[in-house]
Design a protein around this ligand. Structure first.
Ligand code: ATP
Ligand code: MG
Length: 499
């Protein structure tokens, strides 16, 4: 009989540890008065066809690894078995048991009989086995107590598994935190490039981009960045460079659209002396220059087919030949390609080699347009105003509520670049004061055609001309009427050529 006292002892013990295996010898000792035995073992039923070893009360006996077989599936809560003489036992078939000589090992260790019970735990069924060195040591009368003991242990196992799950969740949180910290540190350290010291963006879309970039940075994998013009493809490729092991090597950007076909090849791969008229000296290519570092091929869709073949060879064989050369040269670069075109469509048109396309897009990162992540308009505005303030040597310009609303409403077809330019213009016009919608001079939403733009400007020109006339050329009075500073008025007079 399992007394309250034994039950309490068991529960106390199980509640105090996270790993039931550590206290299995004590468990065996506690239940000894209830069911005398020489060894106590526990196996876990994976819900399918295996029972796997989990705990042992002592080393005085063989170590069961696993019992595997279809019959295991049938072992449900409530199942029990008493074997009076192990040597006559035929079920389960010993062939299903690991180690194969389990039975021999049992009898060598002196074991003669066993009682097993199965109870249901939190995630799986739990089997408890009482072993004895005497034949027929157990009887049906022991089964209820054995089940009760097993139920106590099931509680301990689920306690253990909950703790494990919690630990796993903690570890996952720690990993996510680490990644976030790394992203943060790397964005901070992003080298200043055209006045930008820090990568900005708080939207989920942008965070996804940065996370993917961080993950791929640690590898040597080729990356293909796609996205509209001005979405930050170069910013991200510099970020990948910074975050990679090649960060101490160079970062070289080549714009494939900027050079006519033959020049691009010579620019990329270099040429030997006399390779073509005017090639008086051997010239290293940008691939040489980028050795040990990262090469960004911008507007890769514009690359001519002959250059594509050579680039493919660089990616496949890590080597290339200079123009006019015969000797293959090793290419030690990590490639990042960027495009604002639909490369797949270019492949379908036959303008882009499909084998190169597949090589490039092993790891693609798409940068969504700014209008799809309005949250980032706010973050980028703050960042750009800070950059511009630093550039101008003054505090970042403030911005009125209406101007903010105008920024959020604008479609930003030129994305971050357009935003940066608009803010730069506005910060100049505001002269250290608050930026208003008129400083931004954004085209109204849904009226983005050039004709309307001219109309708006024309309206402003006419307004200024009229006010000036009314003020009889007194610019201070006109400026006051228009709500502009004198400087701002002068700027507009100059801009519109008002004589
Ligand atoms: N997340 C960002 N944080 C800070 N600055 C950014 C960010 N995204 C873009 N910019 C700025 O916007 C401008 C355009 O970015 P970038 O040159 O990376 O765009 P791109 O996608 O390469 O454009 P294109 O296709 O025209 O070459 C740059 O001045 C860059 O510094
Ligand atoms: Mg670019």
């Amino acid at each position: 009989m399992l007394t309250l006292e034994v039950s309490e002892q068991l529960l106390r013990l199980l509640g105090s540890v996270l790993d039931i295996r550590q206290v299995f010898p004590e468990i065996s000792a506690i239940v000894q008065p209830v069911i005398p035995h020489d060894r106590l073992t526990m196996t876990l039923h994976d819900g399918q066809r295996s029972l796997v070893a989990h705990a042992f009360s002592n080393d005085d006996g063989p170590f069961l690894v696993r019992i595997h077989g279809t019959h295991i599936e049938a072992l449900q809560d409530g199942w029990f078995r008493i074997v009076d003489d192990i040597s006559t036992m035929t079920d389960p078939p010993w062939t299903d048991v690991e180690p194969k000589d389990y039975r021999t090992q049992l009898s060598d260790a002196g074991y003669r009989s066993v009682m097993s019970v199965i109870v249901r735990g939190r995630h799986q069924r739990i089997a408890l086995h009482f072993w004895s060195k005497q034949a027929a040591a157990f009887s049906d009368a022991d089964v209820p107590a054995a089940r009760l003991i097993a139920l106590h242990l099931a509680l301990g196992v689920s306690h253990e598994q909950l703790a494990e799950a919690a630990e796993e969740a903690r570890a996952a949180r720690r990993r996510a935190q680490k990644l976030a910290q790394r992203v943060e540190a790397l964005s901070e350290a992003l080298d200043s490039h055209r006045g930008v010291t820090r990568m900005a963006g708080t939207s989920a879309e942008w965070r996804r981009v940065v996370t993917a970039a961080t993950q791929v940075a640690a590898t040597e994998t080729t990356v293909l960045l796609t996205g509209e013009s001005g979405t930050g493809k170069e910013v991200i490729s510099r970020y990948i460079h910074r975050a990679s092991t090649r960060r101490h090597g160079p970062f070289v950007a080549v714009n494939c659209a900027a050079l006519p076909e033959p020049l691009l090849e010579s620019e990329l791969f270099g040429h030997e002396r006399g390779a073509f008229t005017g090639a008086q000296q051997r010239k290293p290519g940008q691939i040489d220059v980028a050795a040990g570092g990262v090469l960004l091929l911008d507007e890769v869709s514009e690359m001519a087919l002959s250059a594509q073949v050579k680039l493919l060879r660089v990616l496949q064989e890590r080597e290339f030949t200079r123009l006019g050369g015969t000797r293959p040269v090793k290419a030690d670069i990590r490639l990042i390609a960027a495009t604002n075109r639909d490369l797949r469509a270019a492949v379908e048109r036959g303008d882009f080699r499909d084998d190169l396309y597949y090589r490039l897009q092993v790891f693609g990162i798409h940068l969504p347009p700014l209008r799809e992540r309005p949250e980032d308009i706010v973050a980028l505005t703050a960042q750009f105003l800070e950059d511009l303030g630093q550039q101008f040597g003054r505090a970042p310009a403030g911005i009125t509520y209406d101007a903010k609303a105008a920024l959020l409403a604008h479609p930003w077809r030129g994305n971050a670049r357009e935003l940066r330019n608009a803010l730069e213009r506005a910060a100049i016009l505001a002269e250290g004061g608050l930026i208003t919608p008129e400083h931004l001079a954004l085209e109204p939403l849904a009226r983005t055609d050039a004709a309307t733009t001219t109309d708006v400007r024309e309206m402003e020109r006419q307004l200024i001309t009229r006010v000036l006339r009314e003020a009889r050329g007194n610019k201070s009075r006109a400026a006051r009427k228009l709500g502009l500073s004198r400087k701002q008025l002068y700027h507009r007079i100059g801009m519109y050529g008002i004589g």
